[in-house]
Ligand binder design. Structure first.
Ligand SMILES: *Cc1c(COP(=O)(O)O)cnc(C)c1O
Length: 378
């Protein structure tokens, strides 16, 4: 069984995929060109924003957004403690200070109350200027934008939506990637919409930031490539990846997300009463980057994970530790915040196999094994 079945996906998409890749090879145009500009328009339309700027990966996308806002030394950027390293790494990389917040137990997303306390602690200390909040749409579920937007507005902060996992998620039909002042995503192969290598994108409605980011991603270009007006980077989505993504976006829109959503509800039904399953708030939809359950404690998680592994079922732990527990952030202050929810969830969380191509009998096997091992009635 595959954790995320990219092999089956390729078999299903093969005729279209091989043709799309073949066309790029025939054209020998490997950087830029029609697939890239078409994809950017398709992504902007799907997400519901004015501009999509593709780039090299989801980490660069976050960096480009921070660069566009001129965030650097002396600035505080608030990041949920429970996320992938990039969400905070990019803040430090730009010379700013990541300040961590705890998360909510059942959405796995930023706790707005913890955010408010952390902002006030930073202001009280008086050394850093609160500049932005990196909201992460973790495991596919959009963060609580209603509450976070109010806090961001109150303190004059931007929202940078890290939708690396959120692509396809929505709140009342408004799609992930449209909630931040700038939003970013990743096309790493295992993400909800993945390419065949590295890729990423930035989304925004703001014309000036879009123009700036288009320049920053190609060596700070001015009117042409050899007119360099600022220091930028080299971060392009190459043409082959754009062609791959055009084929995958079509499948994602037409049936993949719907199928994944159905498989997720089968898990919720099948595992009810034996483990905690993801709770999707009223009016929210997940892009289902992961299907993460919560076991009773670390011991039960180890037992279940080993039991599944012995029967050929792969699982993963996202994430084994919070940002404040990362060696690289050992020197970061915690501004009086503690992270009890993150620390608890790191010990109990387990991600199950999930993809639109997960076979019914495979899913039934996963459910049966978990019920057996947790002692629930079968
Ligand atoms: C994957 C991921 C990233 C980074 O994306 P890359 O394309 O691997 O650089 C950033 N944030 C989150 C939450 C992610 O899951």
């Amino acid at each position: 069984m595959e954790f995320r079945d990219l092999k089956k996906q390729y078999q299903v998409l093969k005729p279209e995929m091989d043709a799309a890749i073949g066309q790029v090879l025939e054209s020998t145009g490997f950087i830029g060109g029609r697939p890239v500009t078409e994809l950017e328009a398709e992504l902007a339309e799907y997400v519901g924003v004015k501009h999509c700027i593709t780039c090299g990966n989801g980490t660069d996308a976050l960096t480009l957004a921070l660069m566009a806002w001129g965030i650097g030394e002396g600035d505080a950027v608030f990041v949920p403690d429970f996320t992938f390293f990039s969400s905070a790494e990019t803040v430090s990389y730009e010379g700013a200070t990541p300040v961590f917040t705890d998360i909510l137990a059942y959405t796995f997303n930023m706790d707005p109350d913890s955010l408010e306390r952390a902002v006030q602690a930073v202001l009280a200390e008086g050394k850093l200027t609160p500049k932005a909040v990196v909201t992460v749409d973790l495991f596919g579920l959009p963060a609580d934008y209603e509450k976070i937007r109010k806090i961001a507005d109150r303190y004059g902060m931007y929202i940078l939506e890290d939708a690396a996992q959120g692509f396809g998620g929505n709140i009342h039909g408004k799609r992930a990637g449209s909630f931040g002042d700038i939003a970013t995503t990743s096309f790493f192969p295992a993400k909800p919409l993945g390419c065949y290598g590295d890729g990423g994108a930035v989304f925004t409605d703001n014309d000036d930031w879009a123009e700036l980011i288009r320049s920053l991603r190609i060596h700070g270009k001015g009117t042409d490539k050899y007119d360099n007006v600022r220091i930028g980077m080299n971060s392009r989505l190459d043409t082959l990846q754009a062609a791959v993504l055009q084929v995958k976006l079509k499948a994602f829109r037409e049936y993949e997300l719907e199928d994944t959503d159905r498989i997720a509800s089968e898990y919720a039904k099948g595992l009810a009463g034996c483990v905690d399953t993801p709770r999707i708030p009223e009016g929210y939809g997940s892009g289902w980057a992961q299907y993460s359950i919560l076991l009773k404690d670390e011991e039960e998680r180890r037992a279940v994970q080993e039991y599944l592994k012995a029967q050929g079922v792969p699982t993963n732990i996202y994430y084994p530790r919070g940002m404040h527990q990362q060696t690289a952030f050992a020197g970061c202050g915690t501004y009086g915040e503690t992270f009890p929810v993150t620390e608890d969830i790191c010990r109990r969380v387990l991600a199950l196999p999930l993809s639109p191509y997960l076979a019914k009998e495979d899913q039934e096997k996963v459910i049966r094994l978990i019920r057996e091992k947790t002692g629930a009635d079968i």
